[in-house]
Write a protein that binds this ligand. Structure first.
Ligand code: HEM
Length: 504
């Protein structure tokens, strides 16, 4: 028995020594850091206690109020959290050449792996440069009628709820709306998921945000031990995705063959680039051509990146309007005045005149940034300004939109929903890089203009016609979902809706 006790004691001491050695990187390099005590590093509260990852990082952010950066451990990997806005600006913009890539699996294990999030270096640059024109103001203007078409279905659902007095789930309805918009604007397909409760398109979307235990484990492995996935040639993506997106693409390409005029959607641009490159047999030095795998992967990515993010922003906005009737009334007043001055037309130009609406949207995305952290990998050695420490290639850096947006220093009383924070004067008074909802620099979100037009259009339409109020099912404060890399409501956002006189 005593021998067993000695063995246990010996194993414990050995484990502690090993952990101390494992978590010695930052200390050894003189960087202020955390001292985790399990193999899960600083992510223990996320995995074991189910704590929201944004809150775990935020606790660390707040524990080092005077530091510009803090060393932490994502499982056993050292990761540098950057707190200082000036340094954030250097990483995202000024010294971008040192931080071009994200944490990702380098080896491609699926035909869906050739998209902007996973591509690195010159290959990423080549594909991004080709895709960027998809979101030019002219292209967006052309997409407005398609967004308007989807908005009508949202409107009809609310009209029904207003008549019956039932509450509606703003999160689920918004997700179906943003999905239908992606279907129209990206593929030229009518998903009609707002009308079809058992929509196959929505079910695939739900699979992406509810990956199950196996999916979560694979995502964690992808993030923490990408080399392991590479070694065993494992894809973290659920099996039904590849056939689903392959079919979607085929449908979208097929119907174009029978049409005499060209569509104005994203897919058309993708196909034009591919055909052009095929004709002139063009591949640039990056070694990646704009082939079917690249198209397939980026259609998949837009589906992943464009639906839940925008839906969360729309629904959190409706939630805050319901809780802040003074803001809602002021917004309705603006919307009606601008609509009246423009003969009731919702054009691209009309939407740009809605300044208060923009402030409301910005404040929503400050309080609830869909992506609570942004990561980069150091691609060229980088000496951190004001320090003797040099980040070596391959090291991770993380920026925390949620924490910056909830830092009293930049946004006093951060829990308060206050669109006045976004008057031009107030924006000017804050240091640059303290608003990170879409990221910044060459690798920022590719579609902020698209997302904003979509949000402006639907919110204008809804607020001009309906009044939103909390009801018995509304959670105050709202609970957020854990074990997911996005900021999303845990149980939906249930609101009451009432039709208001158009001229009141
Ligand atoms: C409110 C809505 C949205 C928010 C808050 C959002 C936020 C973000 C953020 C924070 C990033 C990472 C930026 C970085 O690493 O610096 C990102 C990347 C990206 N987003 Fe969005 N996004 C939104 C909507 C969309 C939509 C509608 C699409 C596509 C239709 C989209 C496509 C992308 C893509 C492709 C990237 C990767 C860009 C690259 O690496 O080159 N996003 N987004």
């Amino acid at each position: 028995m005593w021998l067993f006790g000695v063995l246990i004691a010996f194993a414990t001491i050995l484990a502690l020594v090993l952990l101390r050695k494992l978590f010695n990187y930052w200390r050894k390099n003189g960087v202020p850091s955390t001292s985790p005590w399990t193999i899960l590093g600083d992510l223990w509260p996320t995995f074991v206690e189910g704590k929201i990852i944004a809150f775990v990082y935020n606790d660390i952010y707040k524990a080092f109020p005077n530091e510009k950066f803090v060393g932490i451990y994502d499982l056993i990997y050292p990761n540098l959290i950057v707190r200082d806005p000036e340094l954030i600006g250097s990483i995202l913009v000024k010294d971008f050449a040192h931080f071009q890539d994200r944490v990702t699996v380098q080896k491609r294990t699926s035909r869906l792996d050739y998209h902007l999030i996973t591509l690195c270096g010159e290959q990423w640059k080549s594909v991004r440069t080709k895709i960027v024109p998809t979101f030019s103001p002219n292209k967006l203007k052309g997409m407005l009628p398609m967004i308007e078409y989807c908005a009508q279905a949202f409107d009809s659902q609310l009209r029904e709820k207003a008549l019956t007095g039932e509450s509606f789930d703003a999160k689920e309805t918004s997700a179906r709306f943003t999905l239908d918009v992606i279907g129209c604007c990206m593929l030229g397909l009518r998903f009609n998921s707002l009308d079809d409760q058992d929509s196959e398109y929505r079910n695939i979307g739900k699979m992406l945000i509810n990956p199950g235990i196996k999916g979560i484990l694979l995502q964690v492995l992808r993030f923490s031990y990408p080399k392991l996935l590479e070694y065993f040639n494992i894809s973290e993506l659920p099996t039904p995705l590849l056939p689903f997106f392959t079919k979607l693409l085929k449908q979208s390409e097929e119907f174009r063959k029978h049409e005499s005029t060209k569509r104005n959607d994203m897919m058309q641009l993708f196909l034009d680039i591919r055909d052009q490159e095929e004709q002139i047999n063009d591949t640039d030095d990056s070694g990646i051509s704009f082939n079917d795998n690249v198209i397939l992967s980026n259609v998949f990515l837009f589906y992943v990146a464009g639906v839940e993010t925008t839906a969360a922003a729309i629904s959190f906005c409706l939630y805050e309007l319901a809780l802040n009737p003074d803001v809602q009334n002021k917004l309705r007043q603006e919307v009606r005045t601008v609509l009246k001055a423009n003969g009731g037309e919702l054009t691209y130009e009309t939407l740009k005149q809605l300044k208060y609406l923009d402030m409301v949207i910005s404040e929503t995305m400050r309080k609830y940034p869909s992506t609570p952290f942004i990561n980069r990998v150091c691609t060229e050695a980088y000496k951190l300004p004001g320090s003797s420490f040099t980040l070596e290639p391959g090291m991770r850096v993380t920026l925390l939109p949620y924490s910056i947006h909830h830092d009293e220093k930049y946004y006093p009383n951060p829990k308060k929903f206050d669109p006045e924070r976004f008057t031009p004067e107030n924006i000017e008074s804050r240091p640059p890089f303290t608003y990170l909802s879409f990221g910044h620099g060459p690798r920022m979100c590719i579609a902020p203009r698209f997302a904003k037009i979509e949000m402006r259009l639907i919110l204008t339409r809804l607020v001009s016609k309906y009044e939103f109020t909390p009801g018995p099912k509304t959670e105050i404060p709202i609970q957020l979902r854990s074990r997911i890399f996005l900021i999303m409501p845990k149980n939906g956002i249930h609101l009451q809706v009432k039709q208001v006189e158009e001229n009141s």
